[in-house]
Design a binder for this molecule. Sequence first.
Ligand SMILES: NC(=O)c1ccc[n+]([C@@H]2O[C@H](COP(=O)([O-])OP(=O)(O)OC[C@H]3O[C@@H](n4cnc5c(N)ncnc54)[C@H](OP(=O)(O)O)[C@@H]3O)[C@@H](O)[C@H]2O)c1
Length: 336
Amino acid sequence: MIMSKSDVMQAAWFDKFGPANDVLTLGEIAKPRAAAGEVLIRMKTTGVNPSDVKKRAGAFPDLLDGGSVVPHSDGAGVIESVGEGVSSQRIGERVWVYQAQFARRFGSAAQYLAIDASRAALLPENTSFEVGACLGIPMMTSHRCVFSDGPVEGMTVLITGGAGRVGYYAIQWARQAGARVIATASNDTDKSACESIGADLVVNHRQENWAEAVMSFTRGEKVDRVIDVEFGANLSEVLKLIGTGGTIATYSSTRVKEPKLPFLQMMYLNLSLHLVIVYAMPEVAKQAAITDINAKLANDEFQHRIAHVLDFEDIARSHELIEQGGFRGCVVVRIE
Ligand SMILES: NC(=O)c1ccc[n+]([C@@H]2O[C@H](COP(=O)([O-])OP(=O)(O)OC[C@H]3O[C@@H](n4cnc5c(N)ncnc54)[C@H](OP(=O)(O)O)[C@@H]3O)[C@@H](O)[C@H]2O)c1
């Protein structure tokens, strides 16, 4: 069947795992339609996160079983049409999307995205499409980590890796919700970044016994919550500073992939351990995060950091940048 121009769109995809430059293809594929309950979004930006890069490299061996994959979960755009059951008043709405490539093959790295209407949240007028591409993973994960065990007002919260994409938002959630915030960073620039968004203390997680600096600052008072980016590597220090009944909400453990838990020590501290994965947040937590995120955006209360904005033709480079690291902030690819 010959397809007309209006039936196709530009997209990036991969049908085998490997280095970005080898396996990411740019070209034309069929333009999707909004099915019942869906919206069709003309995408302006797509956000690149470590999980997108790991998926393309082969972290989930059965990912391609159903066919090629258009990568990326985050992005932003404008609703062009709606499927049955979705109000036509949403046509023309600016939106940010999340989970575009989770349990589905067609992510946000394309001119058009057809997705469940609930996965397209209103993007306030004052918020750019670039920022809109940073919300689904970094900002939602940080919200879940900070609030998974309830409000933090009056608590002391430790946020490791406070200058990271998730950590930077976590500091702002915790501080603006009334917590005393202690962050970790490994250099002066990151330390200043954490301080500028409200961290009360920043200690260096690359220095041995860094928990001692935390305890000295709090005069021995233990920490209520820990938001942790390197669970296995940091556990021994974290256990020196977390109080009885405390919570560790962790979203990554890349250096120590199968950490050993000192069970008795943790049990006698009556600790709660939350292993957070943004995709599997309970729906009610996703909706709570969206409401809170949009309030912060509308009032311009959060700082955002976008390290790189690339053109669509450079999408492979966007993956390489995430793999190489060495910068702070989100990586966004402009689609139009
Ligand atoms: N579970 C989820 O839902 C979820 C969601 C988002 C991200 N993630 C995962 O979380 C990880 C971080 O993602 P990201 O996008 O935030 O990355 P990022 O922007 O590169 O930030 C990582 C931060 O962690 C810091 N860090 C490294 N080792 C540390 C340690 N031992 N203690 C404290 N901080 C340390 C880094 O600082 P230095 O380099 O200066 O040490 C950096 O500031 C990735 O593995 C990603 O896949 C998981």
